[in-house]
Each structure stands twice: as C-alpha cells, then as structure tokens.
Design a protein around this ligand. Structure first.
Ligand SMILES: Cc1ncc(COP(=O)(O)O)c(C=O)c1O
Length: 361
C-alpha cells in the first residue's frame, strides 16, 4: 500500500474537509462523524453505523453489546490480526478457535460446528484479505444453535458473496479504518454496524463514556469516539471507494493471469464471491526466500499472519498446541502478501510479476 500517493491525490479535498472541522470545531464526534456514519451505513445498506476510534474498540463494544462475560465461549478464527480475539478477552470471554478453509483461509464452517459447546454464545468470523467467509453457512449454524453472529469486516469494505455485502449479515459487524485499510483514515478509526436500534443506541453510549445525556452515565463506558477530522477525511475517501475497489480487482486479475503458470498457490475467489483484495496473498513453502528475493529488488512484502493466534504467547493460557489447526498453520507458514494498491502503475505491476517469475527461473 502506498498511502502517500493516495492522500496526495486527494490533498485538496482532504484539506478542505479538515478546514471545515477547524471552522465548526466538532473534533470529537460532532457533525462530521454523524455525516460519515450515515453515508457509510447507506453505502453498506445497513441501518446504523457507530463511528469509533478503531476497529479494535468497535469489536470491544460488540462484545459488550452481546453481554459476553467470563465463562462464555466465542468461536473464531486463528488466522487474523490479534485484535479480533482481544475483544473477547477484554470482556473475559474465551476465544475458541476453529480451523480455516484450505483455499480461502477463512474460518471453516464445519470446523466451527465441531467446536460448539453449551458455553458457546457467538461466532466471530473475519472476512480475511477482503474475501468474504462462507457467511451463509455460518449464519445457518448461528440460527441452528441460537448463537450471535458478529462479522469482523475490518479488511472487507465492499466485498460481496452471494449478493450480500460483508458486514450486512451478522447481528453486528465491525470495520477498521486504519490508514492501510481499503477505506483508511488519516490515523485511527473504526465503526460498528447493525440493523438493531437497541444495539445502536447502547453502542453510541458505550463509546461515549457510557453516557447518552451529558454527565449521566448509565453504565461503565469507554472513550472510543470517532474524531471529527477522521470522519471528515473518511467522507472524502468514501466517495472514491467503489473506484478503488474496481482498480484493486483489475490489478488482482493481472496478477492472477500473469502468475498463473508459476508453482505458487494464488488466491482463488470462492463461487459467487467478489473479493476486494485488501491483500493479495500468494503461498509457497519457500516464502521467506521469495520475500528475500523480492526485497533485493526493492519490492516490499509482508506476512499476514505468520503466527496464528492459538500459538501466540498472549493466548498461552488457552493451552493450544502446534498442530491443532493444520490449515491455519500451513497458511501462516506459506503466506506472502505482495504489493497491491489502487494507485499502482502498470510498470510497477509488471515489475512485481517479472521479479516473482525471476525467482523461479
Ligand atoms: C481482521 C482485523 N480485525 C481487527 C482489526 C483491528 O482494527 P484497528 O487496527 O482499527 O484497531 C484489524 C486491523 O488491523 C484487522 O485486520
């Protein structure tokens, strides 16, 4: 991701938006946040959005809304950014991991089904790398067992599967607007989305010190408010997102055709799935050598994610061992994210393809 080139291309609009905040002084929540919330909810086709100061805080609020507490279990994926599970730990609930699908690297519905216990309260999938997980199958499981379904859509703004947009299926969904995300702020940002008015109004209070009326605090809350300047910048960028998604898909298609004859495992969209390619992750057993080869050619790569959550030190109390989730562990050992961003030039795309090819020649 080249955040500078994106922000440079919008410099004028971003400065105008920031100046507007300097005029009306709505720095914390305020008119910009409200306006962005409405636009983002509209864009997704969801009733309510609650702007937060990160995707992690939105997840924490989601866990509070479901009244998760010690003793409760939530089934989730081990192949994600750590904060998906932290939201559960923050409220004392236990993350119970399920394995991922071999191809999509998203949580596997059959594995989820096998982890359900009397203590299970919710399923928390992630739409990894910008491709939706099998949300229909997960929704069915949640209905069969009377479980809540929360979507971590931090990486999947605009992704669809079977005609449904990421973040529109679960009881609650959360997004991140971290600068490197497909819709990124000029700092931290996140949002919680829901069609439930009750969740919406409680989430508004929870993110604002547990207060729906100034100086009255109904429950213990947090300072998780979205800043006006971030909301103003996000409104500017939201106008571009469909165009950016289109560009990401075009670049992904070039990678998919140019690299198709190489001995690499390439992302393969699931049936009826339109990923937004937040990340383009190739897989190979010699991933570290390929990364070193590309680094020599000045091509930056990254790993998403080299250590699955069940093997992280912070979750050692959960007592998982190596080998517990073979698909997730294999993906973690082989994954390599190569450059993909809407402003990428044809020359840059060609250079990346040639350089990867060079490793195998
Ligand atoms: C899948 C996933 N969940 C949650 C988060 C947390 O979002 P934030 O960094 O905005 O707190 C991220 C961001 O990195 C993410 O990729």
């Amino acid at each position: 991701m080249d955040i500078k080139s994106q922000n440079d291309s919008l410099k004028h609009e971003l400065k105008t938006a920031i100046n507007r905040v300097l005029e009306h002084q709505g720095y914390c929540l305020g008119p910009e946040t409200e306006s962005f919330e409405n636009k983002f909810a509209n864009w997704l086709g969801i009733k309510y959005a609650v702007g937060c100061n990160s995707g992690t805080s939105a997840l924490h609020i989601a866990a509070k809304l479901l009244n998760l507490s010690p003793g409760d279990e939530v089934i989730t994926t081990p192949l994600t950014f750590v904060s998906t599970s932290w939201a559960l730990s923050y409220v004392g609930a236990k993350p119970v991991f399920a394995d991922t699908e071999e191809n999509s690297m998203n949580i596997c519905p059959e594995s989820v089904r096998s982890k359900i216990s009397k203590k299970t309260k919710a399923i928390l999938p992630v739409h990894l790398y910008g491709q939706m997980c099998n949300i229909d199958a997960l929704q069915k499981i949640s209905l069969d067992y009377n479980l809540y379904l929360v979507e971590d859509a931090a990486q999947a703004h605009g992704a669809t599967r079977n005609g449904k947009k990421a973040g529109t299926v679960g009881d609650i969904s959360t997004f991140s607007f971290y600068p490197g995300k497909n819709l990124g702020a000029l700092g931290e940002g996140g949002a919680l989305l829901t069609n439930s008015f009750d969740y919406y109004s409680r989430a508004q209070s929870l993110r604002n010190h547990g207060s729906s009326q100034k100086y009255y605090h109904d429950e213990i809350g947090f300072n998780y408010r979205m800043e006006g300047i971030q909301a103003a910048a996000l409104s500017v960028k939201l106008r571009k997102i469909d165009q950016w998604i289109q560009k990401r898909r075009e670049i992904a298609n070039i990678y998919l055709s140019e690299l198709s004859d190489l001995p690499l495992h390439l992302p393969k969209p699931e049936l009826n799935s339109q990923p937004v390619y937040h990340l383009f992750v190739i897989r190979h057993t010699e991933r570290d050598k390929i990364a070193a080869h590309l680094a020599e050619k000045n091509i930056q790569t990254s790993l998403h994610y080299p250590i699955p959550l069940h093997l992280q030190k912070c979750f050692s109390e959960l007592n998982y061992n190596k080998g517990a989730f073979p698909n997730a562990e294999k993906a973690a050992a082989e994954c390599l994210s190569i450059p993909l961003f809407p402003e990428m030039s044809e020359n840059q795309q060609r250079y990346v393809c040639e350089s990867i090819r060079g490793y195998f020649n």
